[in-house]
Design a protein around this ligand. Structure first.
Ligand code: NDP
Ligand code: OXD
Length: 313
């Protein structure tokens, strides 16, 4: 197989560093150049323009620069070539850090202490052990399992929910529709690490939040969403925080990004937010992985981490 050229189309990211690093081994064409160029065989993308990929006559594979691929499926004329998602130690480590940071902050009452400090209040609330608080990971995939291991090592009981049966040592696992309510009923802190698909869109709604365990040492249930914004209903989260269904939330993702300035989530006292920054795609780590995959593919080897088109992730 010939050494193919790459089309780089990364909306919302600075393309320069990606281009520089990918150019180490092959020619890179930056969108909008390259439309219908027959010498392009790979596309490296984030939120590519609709109909861009179907115009490339010799496209052999699409590489997402993120672990999520919903941004690729938004294209109505997506050609039938393999789509490769990111699976990389560096990204997994970032996400584990984010999840553990947010779980510990809620567990150790960071919100209360920050508010006390502002008011110069010297008060020590009761402490409780991690073993009293269960963390439920919705989406026990690459990122969910890595975070689960570290949470277990800190003493938290961990539950996991996935589409198919995914046993994991020391984790109580649940799957499919039948497993959802029992999973939620056993969970104090819900960590969402699902992909966005037609089946998961809007899944983090008021009804689901209502099922979380509330009688616990935390004094309420907590939501942490670092998956995708459209998994959740922002308005349902506000309602749940207002009526005590949720005690607090950490949100990295939102239905609309950037979060509109009018959203009540910006200034909600029970919300900690980050701007879709839980695990950043770092080209220094990811570009060499993509180049290695392209070279292996041209030697006749199989691409790794191919998206299951039917499942949508
Ligand atoms: P994986 O594909 O490895 O894992 C996805 C998990 O979700 C799997 O356990 C899968 O089940 C489960 N799942 C999918 N659909 C359903 C469903 N309908 N019902 C129940 N469970 C379901 O993905 P990753 O762990 O690599 O990434 C997860 C997501 O995290 C990405 O898709 C992306 O949206 C988000 N992300 C966010 C980032 C950020 O900065 N905020 C950074 C990186 C990723 P099964 O095991 O049975 O297949
Ligand atoms: C991803 C992301 O999917 O950063 O990797 O959201």
């Amino acid at each position: 197989m010939e050494k193919g050229r790459i089309l780089l189309a990364v909306t919302g990211f600075h393309p320069q560093r990606w281009r520089e690093l990918l150019s180490a081994e092959r020619e890179v064409v930056l969108e909008p150049d390259g439309a219908s160029d027959p010498s392009i065989t790979y596309a490296v993308v984030w939120k590519q323009r609709p109909n861009l990929l179907s115009a490339l006559p010799n496209l052999r594979a699409v590489f997402s620069i993120g672990a999520g691929v919903d941004h690729i499926f938004a294209d109505p004329t997506l050609p039938d070539v393999p789509i490769v998602k990111v699976v990389a130690d560096n990204l997994t480590q970032y996400m584990t850090e984010y999840v553990v940071w947010r779980v510990l902050d809620h567990h150790r009452q960071g919100m209360l202490y920050r508010s006390q400090q502002k008011k110069k209040i010297w008060h020590e609330p009761p402490q409780r052990p991690a073993s009293d608080i269960s963390v439920g990971i919705m989406g026990l995939g690459t990122l969910g399992r890595a975070a689960a291991s570290v949470l277990l090592s800190l003493g938290f009981p961990v539950n996991g929910w996935s589409r198919s049966d995914r046993p994991m040592k020391d984790v109580s696992t649940y799957s499919g529709e039948a497993g959802l309510i029992p999973f939620l009923n056993a969970t104090d802190i819900l960590v969402v690490l699902l992909p966005l698909t037609p089946q998961t869109q809007g899944i983090v709604n008021y009804g689901v939040l209502k099922e979380l365990r509330k009688r616990n040492g935390l004094g309420g249930s907590v939501l942490i969403n670092a998956g995708r914004g459209r998994l959740q209903k922002d308005a349902d989260i506000v309602r749940a925080l207002e009526d005590g269904t949720l005690k607090e939330a950490s949100l990295d993702v939102f239905e609309v990004e950037p979060l509109p300035k009018t959203s009540p989530l910006w200034s909600h006292p029970k919300v900690f937010m980050t701007p879709h920054a839980a695990a950043t795609s770092d080209p220094v780590h990811l570009a060499p992985i993509m180049l290695r995959q392209m070279a292996a593919f041209e030697r006749g080897e199989k691409l790794e981490n191919i998206v299951d088109r039917d499942a949508g992730y």
